[in-house]
Every structure is written in structure tokens, then in C-alpha cells.
Design a binder for this molecule. Structure first.
Ligand code: ADP
Ligand code: MG
Length: 266
């Protein structure tokens, strides 16, 4: 069941590496698919962790997000199936690491991904398009923010988390004022939360005081099963759907979809 207005495009962004962007993209998509949504993930990180996390091998990375961003191939030619029904993916390879330099001199360099997604029936074919951003505020991330309706920020509850967040919020504001006026913040999801650690609790409280109800109630705990899943090429939700991390991602997806349908009904 695909919405009539077409997919909502959500960039999953934080310039810090290792905060749970890719894990969130993979498991949110899987949980959405489990309740009947059709989801496309665009792997926009040269490290290709989202592609690997779904077990996409080399042969299935012939046409990638690199070609899509540079306009060398239409987006629908880059789409591959994953091991989860109703989740499809545009893979990335290490080629993408040079793309910032290649884009620098190109016309409309901030709008490449937006244009690629506007072509054809792509948005009409999905309920959600999730963009897994690289760990930087590079041209690639700007392209993702320009192509998106919303940005979802995974935040690890650690020292300096708020400083990094302010920088990201400034960037989002800049993109909104000059390149994509309708960009919204979908929300902040706290990841790798360690309830035994006082710092985690303190940072979580600070973030909630700072951003109020933009912060999801669901918190993703640190969970070893979640970290084991990628080496098996499947989402944590498939690797061990009962573990606390998977259950949290199910709750998170439910909360996100619930907020979305509440907004749609307004
Ligand atoms: P990013 O995409 O922001 O760089 P990842 O999603 O790749 O972050 O996560 C970084 C590392 O932490 C990965 O090895 C991942 O498996 C692990 N990880 C992510 N979320 C959790 C979690 N809730 N519990 C334990 N390990 C996690
Ligand atoms: Mg990642």
C-alpha cells in the first residue's frame, strides 16, 4: 500500500561516525516493511555499510548511488532487492568517496540527488525513502538534505553529543534558508543508550530539555546482538527479533509511523 502523494523522503544524518545512522536505517526500514510499508534505502556512505548490512554483494553493486548522484544512470536502474521483502536499496561503493571533488565544479551540485529522485515514478513506488548519510557535512550530505522532506538524527548519549548536534542543526537551518525551504526535522532518536551509565542519562535529559518533543520517547539500548547482525548480512530484526535492541527498533518504527499518521490526519 503506497500513499497517493508518494514517498516521504527522510535523510538519516549526523556528521559523527558510529552513532547508529546505518543501524537505524536498516532496522527502521525492516520494521516499516513488517507493517506493510514499501521502503527504499539509498546508501550514500562510501563505506557501504547499509549495503553490506543487507548482504548485497559485489555483483549487485554494478550501478550505485555514485552513478545516480553524478547523473550517469537513472535511480531506478540502481535499485536492487534486499533479503527483506518490500525493502529495496541503492547500494554504494568506495567510488563515492571521490564524489565531493567531482561535484564541486558541476552545475547544480547541491541538487543532484533531488533531481535524480524527481525523475520517473520513483517516489510514487514507495512509502518511505531513507537516505543513509556519510559521517560528514559534505556535499553528499547536503545533497541528501536537499532531496529530503525530513531529517532524522540518531544521537549517541555521550560527552560532546550536544555540540555536534548544534552544528548539525545549523547546517539544517542553512539548507532550509537557501536550498530546501520545506525541510523539517523528523526527530532525534537516542541510540546505544546505556542505562547503567550516569552520563548517558544526563545527556538524554539535556537533549530532551533542549529539543523537547522532537526527541522520540523510544530509546535504543546498547545491545550486543544488534552489533553482531551486520556480519551476518541481515538486519538485527531478522538476526534476533527478540533481543532488546530489535524490540526497541520495532517500538521506534511504531512511534515514527504513529506520529506520521497523526500529522496526516490533522
Ligand atoms: P553510523 O552509521 O552512524 O556510523 P552504525 O549504525 O554503523 O553507525 O553503528 C556503529 C557501530 O555500532 C556498528 O558496529 C554497529 O553495529 C554498532 N551499533 C549500532 N547500534 C548499536 C546498538 N544499539 N547496540 C550495540 N551496537 C550498536
Ligand atoms: Mg553508517
Amino acid at each position: 500500500m503506497v500513499s497517493e502523494t508518494g514517498a516521504k523522503v527522510i535523510a538519516i544524518a549526523n556528521q559523527k561516525g558510529g552513532v547508529g545512522k546505518t543501524t537505524t536505517a536498516i532496522n527502521l526500514a525492516t520494521a516499516m516493511a513488517a507493517v506493510g510499508k514499501h521502503v527504499l534505502i539509498i546508501d550514500l556512505d562510501p563505506q557501504g555499510n547499509a549495503s553490506t548490512g543487507f548482504g548485497i554483494d559485489r555483483e549487485n553493486r554494478q550501478v550505485t548511488s555514485y552513478d545516480v548522484v553524478l547523473g550517469a544512470a537513472p535511480a531506478d536502474e540502481a535499485i536492487v532487492e534486499t533479503n527483506i521483502p518490500s525493502v529495496e536499496l541503492i547500494a554504494s561503493t568506495i567510488d563515492l568517496s571521490g564524489v565531493d571533488l567531482e561535484l564541486a565544479d558541476m552545475p547544480q551540485r547541491n541538487f543532484r540527488l533531488q533531481r535524480a529522485l524527481a525523475n520517473g515514478h520513483l517516489r510514487g513506488s514507495y512509502d518511505y525513502i531513507l537516505i543513509d548519510c556519510p559521517p560528514s557535512l559534505s556535499l553528499l550530505t547536503v545533497n541528501a538534505l536537499v532531496a529530503s522532506d525530513q531529517v532524522l538524527v540518531p544521537l549517541q548519549c555521550e560527552f560532546f553529543a550536544l555540540e555536534g548536534l548544534s552544528l548539525l542543526l545549523q547546517t539544517i537551518e542553512q539548507v532550509r534558508s537557501s536550498l530546501n525551504p520545506t525541510l523539517e526535522i523528523n526527530g532525534i532518536v537516542l541510540t546505544m543508550y546505556d542505562g547503567r551509565n550516569n552520563l548517558s542519562a544526563q545527556v538524554a535529559e539535556d537533549v530532551r530539555n533542549f529539543l523537547g518533543d522532537k526527541v522520540y520517547n523510544t530509546v535504543i539500548p546498547r545491545n550486543v546482538r544488534v552489533s553482531e547482525a551486520p556480519s551476518h548480512g541481515v538486519p538485527a530484526l531478522i538476526y534476533d527479533h527478540r533481543c532488546a535492541g530489535s524490540q526497541a527498533y520495532i517500538d521506534f518504527a511504531r512511534e515514527l509511523l504513529g506520529r506520521d499518521s497523526a500529522l496526516a490526519a490533522e
